[in-house]
Write a protein that binds this ligand. Sequence first.
Ligand SMILES: Nc1ncnc2c1ncn2[C@@H]1O[C@H](COP(=O)(O)OP(=O)(O)OP(=O)(O)O)[C@@H](O)[C@H]1O
Length: 205
Amino acid sequence: MTEPIIVARDVGVELGGTPVLSGVHLTVAPGEVVAVLGANGAGKTTLLRCLAGLQHTEGHVHVLGRPPVDAPDFWREVVLVGDEPTWYPGLTVREHLELMRAVHGPGRMEAREALELFELDGCADRAPSSLSTGQRQRLSLAMALLRPSRLLLLDEPERGLDAAFRERLAGLLSAYADDGGTVVMVTHDPRFAENTRHVSLEAAA
Ligand SMILES: Nc1ncnc2c1ncn2[C@@H]1O[C@H](COP(=O)(O)OP(=O)(O)OP(=O)(O)O)[C@@H](O)[C@H]1O
């Protein structure tokens, strides 16, 4: 039987003395796209942070067969897209994509293909800080999908994207999973997540 990519059992987190997650279970197989849904404050981002090794938890969490840790070996296989990244001053949109390739090696696509796929050709020579919210989100996602990885952890990837691009992104994530990758994403858009496995989170307190 194929080993799960994620096994989380009885996960509990307290923040500021308040339970945020309690008794959460999640098992994710390779090639799955899982959408974590729930009300504001239900703990979705906190769960992603637990899976990324950025949040201490009670219970058992294994990602890719081991406890997740905020360390280079882990981040070579896992990509987290959450809050907007810090952009490198002086580098253009194109250079941000080329940087991913230079650091992580040949991945799923070339920088020029990513520019086309994420509709960034028109702003390839601009600084990311000069882009619109949706264009910056597309650049974050392009940087994530260009490089090789086994697991994508995405926090509201649809944020700032228009309806047409949301549909394209859903297709790109599905293709990533068809290639053997695994996706866990937090989303508030059930339509964007319609062809994924849904996991609902309820507030712990
Ligand atoms: N550093 C912190 N200290 C104390 N409480 C926190 C901290 N970070 C988050 N929380 C609380 O933990 C709860 C869960 O937050 P989290 O961001 O995981 O929710 P969410 O489901 O992702 O919400 P949203 O849909 O609004 O993004 C919230 O009640 C939030 O106020």
